[in-house]
Design a protein around this ligand. Sequence first.
Ligand code: NAI
Ligand code: MG
Length: 499
Amino acid sequence: MATPTPRPKFLDGGPKKMLIGGEWVPAASGKTFATIDPATEQKLADVCEGDKDDVDRAVVAARRAFESGPWSKMSASERGQIVWRIGDLIEKNKDELALLDTLDNGKPIFETTYVDTVLAADIFRYYGGFATKIHGETIPVAGSFLNYTLREPVGVCGQIIPWNFPLLMASWKLAPALGAGNCVVLKPAEQTPLSALRLAELCLEAGVPPGVVNVIPGFGPTAGAAVARHRGIDKVAFTGSTEVGKIVMREAAENCKKVSLELGGKSPNIILQDADIDAALKGVMMGMFFNQGEVCCAGSRLFVHKSIKDEFVGKLAEHAKKLKVGNPLDPETRMGAQVSEEQYDRILGFIKAGKEQGAKALCGGDSARATAGGGKGYFIQPTVFDGVNDGMKIAREEIFGPVIAALPFDDLDEIVARANDTPYGLAAGVWTKDIDKAHYLARKVKAGTIWVNCYNQFDAASPFGGFKESGFGREMGIHALELYTQVKSVWVRVRPQGK
Ligand code: NAI
Ligand code: MG
């Protein structure tokens, strides 16, 4: 059944421009690039291609807005209401935003409608509400002084985001930065620039003053590197690969920018002997195949107690075979296309390496272009590998695709050591009915998030971020305010008592 491809009006009217100082403008170079629909391999739109000159212009606009624009003079309450309104506008334009992300990224419309857009609206409301609750403290220092702190915005923030959750990553970045009173230069991923540009329109509609939000689409080594390096940017927030995260950190050293990084993962999902098997199967499926496996916290190392491993992995393969892979616009689809040809090739390369190293694909293990895409599109079959050992490439490296590696284990201390034997530390899952073991593992596993008898739970109020080479800094919750504010200590001499 062919679902006709709807075309959002947003895509009409020539190349999509970039937002600088409240104006929609072409790139200084005049260059554009194409963004494609990975499910059909067709071009969706041309987009103006930002580079250093455009980042320079955006930083000037952001600096002016931060130092002397209406944003800098606004009360926290007014600012909070604007940020809240962005959330309302996301909700109002939810179908269009969901469609844009599904077309640009290849992820199911089911997910963009019920997950991405919902969480995106929510985080703007969360930090809209926070604007009036950011304040300093009074500190009882020795001597005859009044000492208090001011919690001030950092200034101009550069934000570089990936393609796996285009609207949601833009929202995780913009909402806390704006709630705290900063100005932003946002660089969306070259694979998926569309929803960030539409979101920027909604920011203006919500009343965000010119220059407060600037969006520069473009490529990593040009536009992205210009953001990371720029001396006029006070803070850089990056989500993407660990490899590029390290580059961003080095570039940021130029002017001692504050840095926060949300990077890759190879998260363990641990099934103990006494787990509720049906619940764990559902959790493992969602933890791995949600968003085509293009999730930084994907539970891609599946540790199952050896007494139940064969049974569990067999059932998992049955579930995976039944997953509906296909046209992302079909509301029944649960796995769409991988974002790009590059990712598609990369994932198939990992699958090949798995087979060559002796792992056995219980299901999948190949492209799904013929079956799911009618000969087009970057579709891959959900793949469950058994017969894996900890040293194999598929057990060590982030695949960022629908490929899970099953590994048996014996006892609790062994599993702690093996779960932690990775440079990453983003998340982990634990499935057990034993409260003692659950909390023991929650303490022992080195990761920024531990899910017990659940997986992929997110809330604007709960912090998210990595240990080790999965990055540092916490997004969401009260914790993200640490990234977007800085503390000033003010000392005032007070006349001593009795003088
Ligand atoms: P990437 O890390 O290259 O891209 C992420 C963002 O960084 C994009 O906006 C890109 O334009 C920008 N970027 C790239 N090079 C840059 C540079 N030199 N300076 C500043 N910005 C730069 O990720 P890519 O190549 O798209 O994907 C490769 C692998 O990275 C994936 O297979 C996956 O393993 C991992 N990845 C992890 C993500 C996460 O959420 N942790 C998200 C995306 C990718
Ligand atoms: Mg695209």
